[in-house]
Design a protein around this ligand. Structure first.
Ligand code: ADP
Ligand code: GN1
Ligand code: MG
Length: 378
């Protein structure tokens, strides 16, 4: 199927090397490198009307090809439409941060469906860039804050009602709670008894966080176009600067709190999301401060007072939502996230719990940090 997808985007003369790439949990990602044109050396020499200079120019050119997971994203064409709208808006700015361009196939369509019905998408490769799974250096956090703030500002005057929800109720805590409750009662993988401690932890903290669902439904927290998957490895860096925001599959309606909180649960995490040594897991207040400085600088001109008031609760909200999702998948027998070991999902859940625990202990301090940084920008 990979070959079929490649040949929809490139002419038969182009020699393409494909390698699996990245560490995403949902889609299959390949990095493509054009090694040259078969007309250059092979049996088709002379078939192309390309000059030698042009052949040299495209050799080494790279792309990212992704098979979109159809059971998670039932409408890949809608994802491409959203990508295009945001890409266009981002291109109007001049911040040094960009969004990889989506590239049409040879027929001019942005999604190729292979013979099995899988949707494939090609984007330009951001050259000389890299992503990190853990923000191990202080500047990572500041740059991540700046980049996600830039993204929020870029989308701030897009009308959210013109965007579809790629996955319904994606960050709705009450919905995630219901899914957890079903998983508990079905106990499909027979893992309920061993997970009792984890289940109780989440059942205890959820009620206090449901206010955010309500504020969002009542419109007190504005419905904006947001990214909805702002983990640190959805940013690309070059040298010591963030240069691109990637992975727009989940982009659509949401609140700023989703993006700010989701970014912090990974950027201020003291460990990898998959860490098995739980003593390493937790939340770094230093990283929180650096991220918040970078973020608020970008959003202070449009963020509302209600968003500001609740911003410090967002890391707890998002670590809880993701922790519940990992736990639910564990109880269901690992049917959603890619896993590499039987305990993978519960290990991930334990890391989210450790983050939630450290955040709960620092809530007041976090509120003061947000308020102080914001006041300093006025
Ligand atoms: P997933 O949805 O599976 O998380 P991503 O779109 O985040 O997939 O891509 C996975 C990884 O591939 C990223 O973390 C990044 O390292 C790399 N990557 C993705 N898009 C690009 C790009 N346009 N340029 C360079 N690297 C990219
Ligand atoms: C998934 O695709 P990826 O790895 O960027 C998930 C996010 C979770 C994340 C946890 C569509 O993101 O919501 O936060 O894993 N994406 C989807 O690592 O479910
Ligand atoms: Mg990703």
């Amino acid at each position: 199927m990979l070959k079929e997808a490649i040949s929809s985007f490139f002419s038969e003369w182009e020699n393409i090397k494909a390698e699996p790439f990245g560490s995403g949990h949902i889609n299959d990602t390949y990095r493509l490198t054009i090694s040259g044109r078969s007309a250059d050396t092979g049996p088709n020499a002379g078939v192309t009307d390309m000059g030698r200079d042009e052949i040299v120019n495209i050799a080494g050119k790279r792309y990212i090809l992704q098979r979109i997971n159809g059971s998670v994203f039932p409408d890949p064409v809608a994802l491409a439409e959203t990508h295009l709208k945001i890409e266009q808006r981002a291109a109007e700015g001049s911040s040094g941060i960009k969004i990889a361009s989506i590239v049409p196939n040879l027929k001019g369509n942005y999604i190729t469906f292979d013979s099995e019905g899988n949707g494939w998408r090609l984007t330009t490769y951001i050259d000389n860039s890299y992503s990190v799974d853990v923000a191990s250096e202080r500047w990572h956090a500041h740059e991540a804050g700046r980049a996600w703030g830039w993204f929020a500002a870029t989308c701030s005057d897009l009308d959210a009602s013109g965007f579809s929800e790629p996955i319904e109720n994606f960050h709705r805590l009450s919905f995630r709670l219901k899914q957890l409750e079903s998983a508990i009662s079905e106990n499909r993988a027979g893992r309920r008894d061993e997970s009792v401690g984890m289940i109780e932890f989440y059942m205890d903290i959820v009620p206090g966080l449901l206010t955010i669902d309500k504020l969002y439904d009542q419109g007190e927290l504005p419905r904006r176009v947001v990214h909805n998957d702002t983990k640190i490895n959805n940013l690309l860096f070059r040298d010591k600067r963030a240069v691109a925001v990637i992975d727009l599959d989940t982009a659509g309606p949401g609140t700023l709190l989703f993006d700010y909180g989701d970014a912090l649960r990974t950027t201020a995490s003291t460990s990898d999301e998959d860490e098995q040594d739980i003593s390493k897991a937790g939340f770094s207040l230093n990283a929180f401060v650096s991220f918040t400085r970078g973020y608020l600088q970008e959003v202070s001109h449009f963020i509302t007072q209600t968003e500001l008031k609740w911003l410090h609760t967002a890391p707890l909200l998002m670590s809880t939502i993701i922790g519940i999702r990992f736990l639910t998948d564990y109880l269901n027998g690992d049917i959603y996230y890619k896993t590499a070991r039987p305990s993978h999902n519960i290990d991930r859940c334990a890391v989210q719990r450790a983050i939630a625990e450290s955040v709960i202990n620092s809530r007041d301090e976090m509120k003061s940090v947000v308020d102080e940084i914001y006041s300093g920008l006025q």
